[in-house]
Structures are given as structure tokens and as C-alpha cells.
Design a protein around this ligand. Structure first.
Ligand code: AMP
Ligand code: MG
Length: 289
């Protein structure tokens, strides 16, 4: 046992402390109506956890998510939509690979949103999003999302302010409608520091195996770092609701990022409490041969 886990393990297990320990992720949830400032968050945060122990715990949690997913599918009355947003090199792809990799692919659908096509642009901004929302019984994973329409669109002035400013309300109404249909929405902002972004981009330049991930366009976006952070702050402050909360995920340390995301998803699925349908009376059935 490491020095870091010892005090916790020995702490008196009062019900209150137990509940607090269970809900440690709440500290990373953006309270509805709360105006957040990202400068107050630490992208290096590790929760006071130890890396090796935490990795093992994450693997166990993912096993439980797989089991809950199976029940969600069998029940087919609810769905879970997971939104991942981050700055370039923020770790969206890595999170998908590491947290969702071990989960049964039949129950999970991943959608990556790129620059809208001409057809998509001829529709309202939620059209392509709505089509990708998971059906009941499934988990849907958005790699970028409708939030791009208040992030890149705002920062790169792809639409005038009166257009994107109205979208926060559109998004909240849309997500409430999904919830009323039985679709739980959970949103993660993977928060890395500017220095970490530089290091990750440099690795993409230096490592031939990662060269394909390097994009000069990302360097252009990096120049707008402060504008992006301001846009994220508004999106997170205005669109974190009780039904569709945003989490700020400190993401400089990948193992902590994965652990927080996996824990929140496990807890969300537990709260949804999916149940396999009750067994019918099968007692008279004989399989011949
Ligand atoms: P990547 O995720 O690296 O494949 O890049 C996808 C690109 O598509 C990013 O530069 C996004 O900002 C961009 N993108 C995604 N959604 C939108 C949108 N609604 N409007 C404009 N650009 C978008
Ligand atoms: Mg990119």
C-alpha cells in the first residue's frame, strides 16, 4: 500500500465520509448557473491519487461499465449520450480508446464531428447532431459535438454573434428534450494547459508514428488559446444543467483523466439503474434433440 492511499484506507468510515469519498467527482462538476473561470482549475490535478493503483481501479470501473451497458441494452428504455470536448491535442481520441476500448462495441456508437458539409450547413446546427443521438439501449459518444457551434464558430467568427449567442438556449432546450425521452447526457471538457498542448504537438512533430496527427491548422487555432478558453467558459457556465452536467476534467495526466471520466460514467449508469427485463415463465419449454 502506498503512502498516499494509507490515510484514506484507515480513515474512520462514518457514513458521511463514505458518501463524500464516493462522490469525489462532484468537485469537477459545473454547478447549474455557476459562472466558472478556468484559470481557477488546475490541469495537473491528480486528486491526491497514486498512478499505479488508480490505473487498476479504472480497469475495474470499466468492467462495471461494460456490465451496466449490457443491462442498458437488454432493458432498451434509456440511452446515454457522452459528449467530449477539448482543445486540439486535449486527449479526446485517447480517452475514447482507453475508456471505451474494452466495452462491447455492439452497444456503443462513436460519432466524430468535423467541419459541416454543404448539406449539413444547409440545415440548422442541431440537425446532424440529432441524427447521431443514440437510440434507447445504447451509449453514444460524441467526439466534438453541437458545442463546436459556440466554440470554433464563435472564435473563428464563422457566424455573427447574434447567431451563436442564441445557441446556448437552443442547446439547453435540445438536451432537456433528450432527457425527457430517456436519454441521459453527460459532458466532459478535457482541460490541458497551454504548455501541455505545446509538448503534445511537439511530440506529433518529432515522432514519425505520430506525424499523421500533426496539423498546421492546429497551430493556427493555438494562437486563439485565450479566445477558446473564454468560449469554453461560457459554454460550460451556460449549459451545465442538473440533467446534462458539464465536468471539467483535468487532463494533463492521462491516467487521472481516464479515471475521472470512467468514474462519472459508472456512477451515471448506476443511477440510471438499467434492469434486464423480468423473466417470463419458461418452465414448460423443452428444447428437443
Ligand atoms: P479533428 O477533430 O482534429 O478531426 O478536427 C475536426 C475539425 O472540424 C476541427 O477543426 C473542428 O473545429 C472542426 N469543426 C467541428 N465542428 C464544426 C462546426 N460546427 N463548425 C466549424 N468547424 C467545425
Ligand atoms: Mg485536430
Amino acid at each position: 500500500m502506498t503512502a498516499k492511499t494509507k490515510p484514506n484506507a484507515r480513515a474512520k468510515a462514518s457514513p458521511r465520509k463514505k458518501a463524500a469519498a464516493r462522490d469525489w467527482t462532484a468537485a469537477f462538476r459545473v454547478g447549474p448557473g455557476r459562472k466558472i473561470r478556468l484559470s481557477a482549475w488546475n490541469p495537473d490535478e491528480d486528486g491526491g491519487f497514486e498512478k499505479k493503483v488508480t490505473r487498476k481501479r479504472t480497469a475495474k470501473i470499466i468492467e462495471e461499465i461494460d456490465d451496466l451497458q449490457y443491462r442498458l441494452y437488454a432493458e432498451s428504455k434509456q440511452a446515454l449520450l457522452v459528449v467530449l470536448q477539448a482543445i486540439d491535442a486535449g486527449g479526446k481520441d485517447g480517452t475514447i480508446r482507453r475508456v471505451f476500448g474494452p466495452i462491447n462495441p455492439q452497444g456503443v456508437r462513436v460519432t466524430s464531428f468535423k467541419k459541416p458539409t454543404e448539406l449539413e450547413r444547409s440545415h440548422d446546427f442541431l440537425w446532424r447532431i440529432h441524427r447521431a443521438v443514440p437510440p434507447l439501449g445504447h451509449i453514444g459518444l460524441f467526439n466534438r459535438s453541437h458545442y463546436e457551434d459556440v466554440l470554433v464558430v464563435r472564435v473563428r467568427k464563422l457566424a455573427p454573434p447574434e447567431i451563436w449567442k442564441a445557441r446556448y438556449d437552443h442547446i439547453n432546450a435540445f438536451e432537456r428534450m433528450l432527457r425527457d425521452h430517456g436519454t441521459r447526457v453527460v459532458k466532459f471538457f478535457l482541460y490541458i494547459s497551454r504548455d501541455e498542448q505545446r509538448d503534445r504537438m511537439q511530440r506529433r512533430l518529432d515522432d514519425p508514428g505520430r506525424n499523421w496527427k500533426f496539423s498546421e491548422a492546429d497551430l493556427e487555432e493555438r494562437k486563439h488559446w485565450d479566445d477558446y478558453m473564454a468560449a469554453f467558459e461560457d459554454a460550460l457556465s451556460r449549459c451545465s444543467t442538473a440533467d446534462a452536467p458539464w465536468y471539467v476534467v483535468p487532463a494533463n495526466r492521462k491516467w487521472f483523466r481516464d479515471h475521472l471520466v470512467a468514474t462519472v460514467l459508472r456512477d451515471t449508469l448506476r443511477a440510471m439503474d438499467p434492469r434486464t427485463p423480468p423473466s417470463p415463465d419458461l418452465s414448460g419449454i423443452v428444447i428437443d434433440g
